[in-house]
Write a protein that binds this ligand. Structure first.
Ligand code: AMP
Length: 295
């Protein structure tokens, strides 16, 4: 595994591989790797000839007062894991935002709800850094995790809107055995908080089932149901919203393909998670059944 620290060095290495006919897969991360990240690397390894990963704790996507300085880091361990996963090139940019850097990439609408409402500037920071990373790595495929669902939708939109010549591949959320979504930030949890944490995913799953069975139909009811299921735990709900799966738009009553996404505070950690939901579609008026009767 070669470690590269400038965009031009990475770009040269990637172009050389492409000239030899290689398909290039790219996995951007902020490091402190876990199995969720490694699943993206495995998917890239299976589908591509050259696998590029990056580790960069992107200051642009942290708002003032967030955990930028404390974000967990362990580069020697990350290097070991990436070598073992057979990554070809690791990009660890230095001075990625030199003096005078003034450009921002902003995806409208999709960034306004869910985390966007509580983390001002976060998704602009994400879109900007991913644009820079894509310009350097010029991958054929970009591997993202469903764990960060809103991020994946925003970046998919950005790639389409800007005609970026890359295919976005969204991989399933990797979870601990008890259901907790893997996250670098789980390290912030005390053992007692860690024991409570799986209730978050359970609350989302249970609410999703109630929506799917038609027992919960209202958007507000869905939020209240998640909140109710976390009562009595040390988790404090920041938001829970059921939105349309593709464009993250509010919908009420709940019908069709949705995502139920939420964020909670648990001790020093802020956890996010989401589940797909297929809410019942209302019967189409005037449609006839097999016997010609209106249903
Ligand atoms: P991060 O290092 O947290 O910025 O994440 C880097 C990439 O890994 C993003 O595309 C995340 O969505 C993805 N990722 C993080 N956690 C998981 C997980 N538990 N399962 C699948 N993908 C994940």
């Amino acid at each position: 595994m070669r470690i590269l620290r400038t965009a031009s060095n990475l770009n040269q290495a990637v172009r050389r591989a492409r000239a030899g006919g290689a398909r290039i897969g790219f996995v951007p991360t902020m490091g402190y790797l876990h199995d969720g990240h490694l699943a993206l690397v495995r998917a890239a390894r299976e589908e591509c000839d050259l696998v590029v990963a990056s580790i960069f704790v992107n200051p642009l996507q942290f708002a003032a007062g967030e955990d930028l300085a404390k974000y967990p880091r362990d580069l020697p361990r990350d290097h070991r894991l990436l070598r073992k996963a057979d990554v070809d090139l690791l990009f660890e940019p230095e001075n990625f935002y030199p003096e005078g850097f003034a450009t921002r990439v902003s995806v409208e609408r999709l960034g306004e709800r869910l985390c966007g409402r509580y983390r001002p500037g976060h998704f602009v920071g994400v879109s900007t850094v991913v644009t820079k990373l894509l310009a350097a790595a010029e991958p054929d495929r970009l591997y993202l995790g469903r764990k960060d669902y809103q991020q994946a939708m925003i970046l998919t939109r950005m790639v389409a809107d800007l005609n970026l010549p890359v295919r976005v591949v969204i991989c399933p959320t990797v979870r601990e055995a008890d259901g907790l979504a893997m996250s670098s930030r789980n390290v912030y949890l005390t053992p007692e908080e860690r024991a409570w944490a799986p209730n978050f995913y359970r609350a989302l799953r249970a609410t999703a089932l109630l929506i799917e069975s038609g027992e919960v139909r209202g958007a507000g009811e869905a939020t209240a149901e998640v909140e109710r299921r976390l009562l009595g735990s040390p988790m404090r709900l920041q938001y829970a919203e059921a939105l349309t799966a593709d464009d993250l738009a509010p919908i009420d009553p709940l019908t069709g393909d949705l995502v139920l996404a939420a964020a909670v505070f648990l001790g020093k950690a802020r956890l996010i998670d989401n589940v797909a939901v297929r809410a019942p579609r209302p019967p189409r008026p005037g449609k006839k059944n097999d016997r010609g009767r209106r249903v």
